[in-house]
Write a protein that binds this ligand. Sequence first.
Ligand code: FAD
Length: 459
Amino acid sequence: MKIAVLGGGPGGYEAAIAAAKKGAEVVLIEKDKVGGTCLNRGCIPTKALLASYEVYETAEEAADFGINISGDITVDYAAIIARKNKVSSSLVKGIHYLLEKNGVQYLNGFGTMLDKNTIEVVKEDGTKETVTVDYTILATGSVPICPGMFHYDGKRVITSDEILDMTECPKSVILVGGGVIGCEIGQFLAKMGTEMTIVEMLPQILPTMDEDVAKQLARQFKKEKIKMITGDGIAEVTVKDASVAVKLQSGKELEADYLLVAIGRMPFTKGAGLEAAGVELTERGRVKVNEYLQTTADNIYAIGDIIDSAMLAHVASKEGLIAVSNIIDGAKEKPTYHAVPGCVYTNPEVASVGATEAELTKKGIHYHTGTFDFKGLGKAQASGKIAGFVKVIADDNDVIVGASIVGAHATDMLQVLTMATQLKMTAKEVGDCIFPHPTMSEAIMEALHDLHGQSIHKA
Ligand code: FAD
């Protein structure tokens, strides 16, 4: 069986390796760099930058912990970007090694399906190669949304793609979109010295997340002098020689060196030859798939940011593995989406899974919450990380249906609650487990106990 994977992001490259491990002959086609958005322009570069934020923050707080750092703390912005690039390129190298070790054929070029079994690959030097396959997994990912009214030019009006490669810290930025990408990049830049204004159309930053969680992050942003304008949108953009002027819908006027547009991403399928292969799109412009991730062409599957599921690397990867099982093993596996973890790597970190209170209220579903503030924990006090809390939501049968954590290590801690939500465990079952002491994860146990009015360390 020969399988082509079109697109080498976290969805595509993992699917290619998984298929090779199951014995298929696999060709991975990537027009740019393996690792896709995630490794080169997304998850990893932003986390590498936020690691520099963390070092800065730690250095500033050192005296509180009895550690004296003499002299001023200064930022070498170009070195931060160089480190970020090094992290990405070493991971890209690692993927090439894995592809080779698993016998995946790698074709670096733009792939276009000529029909449902044939793909033409145009390489960088203009030469062409045609591949004939039994199955294809489409994983061509996404690009930033930037409507015409923003006058995107990649210079003054930019997206996450450009800001991540800038080697000088911008003096001032108006950032449109207070979602995950906007909050992560906004906080990093502000710490490095950028005068940052975030404009969010909806009433809160992180609009899809729990209201209390978003408030906690907003408090930290305020402390860091990040200006936040919520409930307002962009009405007009004027690009000048060395700045961008913006008029908001409320009439308010702003001006900054750059306008950074972070209002979301859209699937990228241009030139992939969907029509020729018989692959249809949904009304929302996503690749149409059935519950087994099969497109309208029976030998072509689609995964990741191009289909109608959460645009997250771990979702793309999971879908890739499912597509491979369905193609090679005939497994008839279906992805489930009720327990998709969503993480924001700001300070404090934010992590959530399953339903929020607002969603349940909207659906008229009765629920119960248990909460616990980190400040009640020995570990949080010892490490000086007391900001934040855990909130767990259970239904009338005590089944965990959602959770949010805001605070240090929230993203690493979420997995306990992701498993509980995925496996539909009760708060009692999880709360009865022994949690190690002293750890930040004890806040999860206390919040679970709080659901039954039994949290020991909550007054
Ligand atoms: P992509 O990673 O976009 O990969 C698609 C690949 O296909 C690309 O490499 C592209 O060059 C290639 N391609 C496209 N068309 C063709 C063609 N015709 N021929 C050959 N190759 C083609 N997600 C998280 O889970 N956690 C995070 O912390 C996180 N942070 C992010 C931060 C930022 C700034 C951004 C922009 C995104 C972030 N994401 C994060 C989202 C995550 O990057 C995406 O959800 C993920 O990369 C999607 O994977 P994918 O495999 O579907 O597509």
